[in-house]
Design a protein around this ligand. Structure first.
Ligand SMILES: [Zn+2]
Length: 303
């Protein structure tokens, strides 16, 4: 059965599905979020024709900002082709007639993402939009929202630092793999959504605004362009990103494009062998054109 039958027809709805009052409220919330970098701004999250938890927060931002001149890219865990990314892209195409979609990062003006920041460096004029399940970095140490708001207001982040310290004492490393907290503009500590630690440095002094929308939790927040975004660490224990080195300490190249710089994910090739490949499919495809495995050595002797 085609999914087309379940989608509403664009003629029955506003351009980009959401009504203009709601778009205005979301845009106002985003302006406030940009004016107070890293601060959580509540908003009245709208009902969308998909379940909360499927990226409705990010989608509401995209639909509030998109205009007919925009080019939209949607990625899920680095892939333009996963079910969630395809469904969102199709919904935007149908609800915002005239808007172009793309898989190419350099072409996009709006990039909506779940769990990754693109590998290809973004430039001024683009906007990065994240789908967020849990917006508050403090929720790993404080379950009560009223107390969390007070801690943010007072800049009392000691419980979070204690948590990181306890990890170091017990496990000799900070175990937060994704949602690794960042301090924004030397003030608020922010949850970057479940992107890997590897992506955190891409938010620091970035030329583009990074907008975050949590539909279920009804929160917006943002990192404006050229703003400091520093991953939490200690003076003597610096922040580290995931490494993709083999047992000899050499970086494993992507099995498809040979990249030595991208975030890799484990996969299985046609022969059933475990390989490492770029998580960002668009970046990987673009680099495959220039790649000659015989020169780069590939992964054969590494595994
Ligand atoms: Zn690759």
């Amino acid at each position: 059965m085609s999914t087309h039958h379940q989608l509403p027809r664009s003629a029955d709805y506003h351009f980009a599905f959401i009504d203009e009052d709601a778009k205005r409220e979301i845009r106002r919330g985003l302006l406030k979020a940009l004016a107070i970098p890293g601060h959580l701004v509540p908003y009245s999250s709208r009902e969308m024709p998909m379940a909360r938890g499927f990226g409705t927060g990010g989608l509401q931002i995209t639909l509030s900002l998109v205009g007919v001149d925009d080019v939209v890219k949607v990625i899920d865990q680095g892939s333009d082709y996963s079910v969630n990314a395809c469904a969102m892209r199709e919904f935007i195409e149908r609800m915002a007639p005239g808007v172009r979609t793309t898989t190419q990062t350099p072409e996009a003006t709006l990039i909506q993402s779940r769990h990754r920041t693109p590998e290809t460096a973004m430039v001024e004029g683009q906007i990065m939009i994240y789908q967020v399940p849990k917006p508050d970095a403090l929720d790993i140490v404080e379950p009560n929202m009223a107390r969390r708001r007070r801690q943010h207001a007072e800049g009392d982040y000691s419980p979070l630092y204690v948590r990181l310290y306890e990890d170091l004492v017990e496990f000799n490393e900070i175990r937060i793999a994704n949602r690794y907290p960042l301090r924004i503009n030397d003030r608020y500590i922010m949850d970057p959504s479940p992107i890997p630690r590897f992506d955190n440095p891409k938010l620091h002094l970035s030329p583009v605004p990074h907008l975050f929308g949590a539909g279920r939790e009804k929160m917006l927040y943002a990192v404006p362009p050229y703003t400091e975004a520093i991953s939490l660490a200690f003076e003597d224990i610096p922040f580290r990103v995931e490494s993709f080195n083999d047992e000899h300490g050499a970086r494993i190249p992507c099995a498809h494009c040979g990249s030595l710089e991208s975030f890799l994910e484990e996969s299985t090739n046609d022969a059933g062998k475990t390989i490492w490949r770029c998580s960002d499919t668009e970046y990987c495809e673009r680099h495959q054109a220039q790649y000659e495995p015989s020169l780069a050595g590939g992964q054969e002797e590494l595994s």
